[in-house]
Design a protein around this ligand. Structure first.
Ligand SMILES: Cc1ncc(COP(=O)(O)O)c(C=O)c1O
Length: 388
């Protein structure tokens, strides 16, 4: 089996990640703040160590501004709904994922905010002139995906952040497709909040995510209230971070996996990880670009991008290509709209979508060659039979 769907979730996970989760399960399943016995105290220490490590990784000086969530979606909902006020205007790009679009469209429908979608070009890069024109005196928040989960296009986030600051607005970066793959730093990106998943480039388990809150953000309304393991005498949610924003039992195996995933990436070095992604995407692009009836979408390999590539084969539905890749060649990719219909409208592939290939840390070059070879076969085949 060849796994090329790391943009959905990374696979495999490092051995150290698997081992740490197994150990947690075997040594007491401690939960931070829930008990004075050994496993619970150890969990307390682990969560703080991992929180500090992650905060440093994202360029935050204050670990209490690193909030554990259950997914990137959860982090984005917290950042958006916890931050905007009635009457605010919000700007997004035409490449956003539904986990940004849906919470904002919901708030718009409820009459809370107004929303502007700034167009992007065919590769997925935002139109910076149109962005500058989109600001109004009421603009409070700009939400932008650092890299598109459809084309891999890396947005000029630092420029967008500077512009937002000049216009008195804040920047929330959706780093779901970049955290662990390329540097993601609060200051370098001029970001006010960074939301991401823990189960993609950071190599942790599903059920993990985080929100990094920058120093300019002073308040954030919690999405939920509940037990925090501390100050239980109070019937009110604590008003200090992180407890104010982290109600309920922690996803301990997930957080532990995230800590080990991060250590693994730090041992490899983020620069080599990013270079490896560039190398694989270059191979993939060059291999597929030679096939006459294959259409590639997104930026060229030398443009700012991450290792995600979308394509279609003339005369084939994307879903059928993915089914044949899986059934006949044992290659797993994702086809369709990738939870990002807006992005597919932007690149002209709505409603049928594209076939998306996303190599990961453990992808070997021969696996990319096999994919290219398989697509070559399929592209010369008439659609006569489809696996059930
Ligand atoms: C750009 C982008 N944002 C947000 C998400 C949502 O991530 P999660 O499934 O962890 O909530 C994804 C997931 O694919 C994504 O690609």
């Amino acid at each position: 089996m060849i796994y090329l769907d790391n943009a959905a979730t990374s696979f495999p996970k490092p051995e150290t990640v698997k081992e740490a989760v197994r150990q947690w399960l075997e040594t007491g399943c401690g939960s931070p703040g829930r008990g004075r016995y050994g496993a619970a105290r150890q969990a307390d220490r682990d969560v703080w160590e991992i929180r500090k490590k992650l905060a440093r990784f994202f360029g935050s000086k204050e670990a209490e501004r690193l909030i554990f969530t259950y997914s990137a979606t959860d982090a984005l909902n917290l950042a958006i709904k916890g931050f905007v006020n009635r009457g605010d205007h919000v700007i997004i790009s035409g490449m956003e994922h539904n986990s940004v679009v849906r919470p904002l469209r919901h708030l718009e429908k409820e009459g809370v905010i107004s929303l502007t979608v700034v167009p992007c070009d065919e590769a997925g890069y935002i139109n910076q002139e149109k962005l500058a024109e989109a600001f109004t005196p009421k603009t409070r928040l700009v939400v932008i995906s650092h890299a598109s989960n459809v084309t891999g296009a890396l947005q000029p986030v630092a420029d967008i952040g500077r512009l937002a600051r000049r216009r008195g607005a804040y920047l929330l970066v959706d780093a779901a497709q970049t955290a662990g793959n390329v540097p993601v730093d609060l200051e370098a990106l001029q970001a006010d909040m960074i939301a991401c998943a823990g189960h993609k480039g950071l190599l942790g388990l599903p059920g993990t995510g985080l929100l990094v809150i920058g120093p300019r953000v002073e308040t954030l309304r919690p999405l939920r209230q509940g037990g925090t393991g501390y100050n239980s005498q109070s019937e009110l949610q604590p008003d200090y971070w992180p407890e104010a924003l982290e109600a309920g039992t922690f996803n301990m195996p997930g957080i532990i996996s995230l800590g080990k995933g991060l250590s693994f990436i730090e041992e490899q070095g983020l620069e080599p990880v990013a270079r490896r992604g560039e190398e694989l995407i270059g191979m993939l692009w060059n291999g597929l670009a030679r096939l006459p009836n294959v259409r590639l979408y997104g930026p060229q390999p030398h443009q700012p991008r991450v290792a995600i590539l979308s394509f279609n084969i003339e005369g084939w539905e994307a879903e059928d290509v993915a089914a044949v890749l899986q059934h006949n060649y044992g290659i797993q990719v994702r086809a369709g709209l990738h939870c990002a219909p807006l992005a597919h409208r932007t690149i002209g592939t709505h409603p049928s979508g594209t076939v998306r290939v996303s190599p990961g840390f453990f992808t070997e070059t021969h696996e990319i060659e096999q994919l290219v070879q398989a697509v070559r076969h399929i592209s010369f085949t008439q659609v006569t039979w489809m696996p059930a």
